[in-house]
Ligand binder design. Structure first.
Ligand SMILES: *Cc1c(COP(=O)(O)O)cnc(C)c1O
Length: 397
């Protein structure tokens, strides 16, 4: 009998032919600046572990202590019997950190975005969304069944035009953007977008997954970075990147959070975090406040690495943050570059269509606070050598 799933095998075969087929690299050590993947020691420019917190002794200790005292699981979804005291403590802590009335924690940043957008809007409403917003925002928009209006990346004028055209239309409007864009490392024009939302009575929502722990005082995110406290209605953040653990959260008014407790589907229908996750996250927020030098080091490393890449002749796109793309053009070439780098001891992922537009494929690098200068120098040397060999950089560079 024919296999009804054979079309999947055909698609996989096509990806193999195109050179875009991906295998999962296995991390055989902790996530660290130099780590072993698939048996090879590499300089790790592929993690989101911005502050090196994934294996920080204080987080590890907090997780172990919580596990010993409270076990490995919460036993239920939040709305039934799975709200532990430590979950509430983490939400209060996040709200205080972000200077908002309240916060709710989700299992992931993905669940936070998708669950929130889908909960607060109805099919009669309108979403005005940056074209490069994260997949979890896109899925939330689709789940809400609201009408989706996409504006070109960071184009405030285009967003304004959409909102003007919608002024007489019924329904609520949600203006939504990533704070830091995950593929380009550029920052949203938040002050202009906030003004626009205020002018048109729209709800303003920011996804600060890559900005939390990175931008603003003690890593409070883009809202703090731009001095927009109190003017962004819905702030999303992740506990999976700079915080080093797992999870996502939404911050805003007490009523927004209470509403999400009643209506956000991942909150209602998926089990809450193990106590170890909440405990480790609490320890991470302590570190953000007590060790600001980690964030300073992150930015010093970012400036150092970007300058070295540009001096080597690389096109680093429009990045303003520790995410630095190296533009190469075609997807297959980006993957080929990434594979060659890995062989030479540098791990940086190749990213092509459909994650980024056709012709804009790149290898994405992310530096962390814990990379040493020697590691960054070595990475640039390898990047330049491999790029010259492949003709990505001119021979003279
Ligand atoms: C990573 C990311 C998410 C998802 O966060 P997780 O906690 O990994 O699920 C959401 N939004 C943006 C912009 C991201 O980069």
């Amino acid at each position: 009998m024919a296999n009804p799933l054979s079309y999947l095998s055909e698609q996989l075969e096509a990806w193999r032919r195109e050179g875009t087929y991906q295998t999962l690299k296995q991390l055989e050590t902790a996530c660290a600046p130099v780590a072993r993947f698939d048996g090879r020691e590499v300089i790790n420019l592929a993690s989101n572990n911005y502050l090196g917190l994934t294996n920080h002794p204080k987080l590890v200790e907090a997780a172990l202590k919580a596990t010993r005292e409270l076990g490995v699981g919460s036993g239920a979804v939040r709305t039934i019997a799975g709200t532990m005291a430590i979950h509430m403590e983490l939400e209060r802590r996040i709200a205080r950190f972000k200077k908002t009335e309240a916060a709710v924690v989700f299992q992931s940043g993905f669940a936070a975005n998708a669950g929130t957008v889908a909960a607060v809007l109805t099919p009669e409403d309108h979403i005005i969304s940056d074209e490069l917003n994260h997949a979890s925002i896109i899925d939330g928009c689709r789940l809400s069944k609201a009408k989706i209006h996409i504006f070109p990346h960071r184009n405030v004028k285009a967003a304004a035009q959409i909102l003007e055209e919608l002024d007489s239309a019924p329904g609520r409007k949600l203006l939504i953007t990533d704070g830091v864009f995950s593929m380009d490392g550029d920052i949203a024009p938040l002050p202009e977008l906030v003004e626009l939302a205020e002018r048109h009575g729209a709800i303003m929502m920011v996804d600060d997954a890559h900005a939390s722990g990175v931008l603003g005082a003690n890593g409070r995110g883009t809202v703090d970075h731009f001095g927009m406290h109190g003017r962004v209605h819905i702030q999303v953040g992740t506990l999976s990147k700079a915080i080093g653990v797992l999870g996502g959260y939404v911050c805003g008014s007490r009523d927004l959070i209470e509403f999400l407790y009643h209506r956000a589907r991942p909150f209602l229908f998926s089990t809450s975090h193990p106590p170890a996750v909440a405990a480790a996250c609490l320890a991470a927020f302590d570190i953000l406040e007590q060790e600001p030098e980690r964030i300073e080091q992150l930015w010093a490393n970012t400036a150092y690495f970007k300058k070295a890449l540009q001096a080597a002749g690389f096109d680093t796109g429009a990045s303003q943050t520790p995410i630095t793309p190296i533009m190469v053009g075609e997807a297959s070439r980006a993957h080929e570059f990434s594979r060659a780098l890995f062989e030479e001891g540098v791990f940086a992922v190749g990213i092509g269509y459909p994650t980024v537009p056709k012709g804009k494929a790149r290898v994405r690098t992310i530096v962390t606070a814990t990379h040493t200068r020697e590691q960054l120098d070595r990475a640039v040397e390898v990047l330049a050598r491999v790029a010259r060999r492949m003709g990505i950089l001119g021979k003279a560079a």
